[in-house]
Design a protein around this ligand. Sequence first.
Ligand code: TXA
Ligand code: MG
Length: 314
Amino acid sequence: MGIPTETVYGLAANALDGNACARIFEAKGRPVDNPLIVHISELSQWDTLVREIPENARRLAETYWPGPLTIILPKAECIPDAVSPGLDTVSVRFPAHPVAKAVISAAGVPLAAPSANLSGRPSPTTAGHVWHDLKGRIEAVLDGGECGVGVESTVVSLACNPPRLLRPGGITLEQLEAVLGPVFVDPAVTHPLAEGAKAASPGMKYKHYAPRVPVKIVEGSGEAYIRFVNGRACEGAAALCYDGDASELRVPFVCYGQEDDPERQARELFDALRRLDELDAKIVYARCPPPEGVGLAVYNRLIRAAGFEVIHID
Ligand code: TXA
Ligand code: MG
């Protein structure tokens, strides 16, 4: 079933039942080696899912759970292969959304839940997005309105030393380091995975978040961006831009928040990526925030949507 969380909608099933989890992969068309996050609604459930909970993990959870943070630790015996295929670890998250918490409590078991999109598509931030992608493949989606954070949870591994940030999200690197001390940022957060390299997070090796129309990031000042895009109007260009750019643009556009508001950008990004397909453009030129604070999460999703293609102007 599709369920709302504060990050994105998830496609949930009993995390302790390998067959139920296998159906998640089927519905999404998800590569079977991509592990699932296990969602809990009480801290006591965590103890049963992992081998042990080190002190730093405990402190991190006390500070940011329930919330948009996923913690990876060595897994307990009860974790089915489908959840952590070929891995010695399991990722666990305690969501803050009241509907997510209620569903997990009612189920009486932890729930495995990846984002409820077709594999490769932008993650869903409304029930409508879920239904658009998965209608006919799943029975139902619970409509909890728009997701507040809008990008998926921060994923940090505490199964290694120092801790490693695998996916940036609503809980920032700075917030993690305030509790954990230095955190290593996996190079795959901002760069393409080197040919033949093993992904610390299997999800990082797949093309992601892509609208059907190709996207390229344009780096430069706002004025230079507008000149650049307007100059390509006859080539079928469109813009994924900040709110303040709109009035100057002479091409179709989708805005995703103010330039200085990465929280808003995070909330709008996936819906904006989906709406780009309706513009009927040949190519989309996107503005992208600096990789700082919540902006790192926006940068990480956009650079993947763009297949790491960045054009530097001015
Ligand atoms: O906000 C979220 O985390 C949402 C909502 C529904 O909770 N869920 C979500 O799940 O984004 P998913 O499956 O779309 O992304 C999980 C990411 C994948 O890139 C996966 O490879 C990685 O986390 N992951 C999961 N378990 C892992 C593990 N044990 N070790 C390394 N990476 C893991
Ligand atoms: Mg996903």
